[in-house]
Design a protein around this ligand. Structure first.
Ligand SMILES: Nc1ncnc2c1ncn2[C@@H]1O[C@H](COP(=O)(O)OP(=O)(O)OP(=O)(O)O)[C@@H](O)[C@H]1O
Ligand SMILES: [Mg+2]
Length: 124
């Protein structure tokens, strides 16, 4: 069943392990995006926009990152999801355009192959 809220974040905090200690980069994020709405998150460099978006995508390294709170994507909790269950949500319900192609793409592969891979995985 479709949820009224496409994205609902409650009390989301993300901490990175730095020199053996977890330090919070973002904390207590609450937001809601209803079906049909557009939402822009605006903030200065380093304020945590990508950290939040990466948590929504389930792409943080679980050993180096602690995420607390709740992130519902179309009613489904993504915090704690890993592997295949998260991969099936990524690309079908949520996508991300990364800022830096040098870190997000593999320079040893042609761009066409990398775009095709996502389409093939999701049977488009
Ligand atoms: N993997 C990581 N390990 C440790 N600290 C990190 C990591 N990723 C981001 N940070 C820190 O978290 C904070 C938020 O960074 P983030 O990249 O989310 O900011 P941003 O709002 O996306 O900035 P920009 O507008 O420059 O893209 C910064 O202090 C950054 O140094
Ligand atoms: Mg960013």
């Amino acid at each position: 069943m479709e949820s009224e809220n496409i994205l609902e974040a409650k009390q989301v905090s993300v901490a990175f392990r730095i020199a053996g200690k977890f330090q919070k980069a973002i904390y207590d994020i609450d937001l809601r995006l209803r079906r049909g709405e557009v939402l822009a998150i605006v903030g200065e460099s380093g304020s945590g926009k990508s950290t939040f978006a990466t948590a929504v995508m389930g792409l943080h390294n679980s050993k180096q990152t602690q995420i607390t709170g709740s992130i519902l994507l179309d009613g489904e909790e993504v915090i704690g999801k890993t592997g295949d269950s998260m991969a099936s949500i990524r690309g079908s319900k949520v996508g991300m355009i990364f800022q830096n192609p040098l870190t997000a793409l593999n320079p040893l592969m042609k761009i066409g192959q990398q775009i095709k891979e996502m389409l093939a995985v999701h049977d488009v």
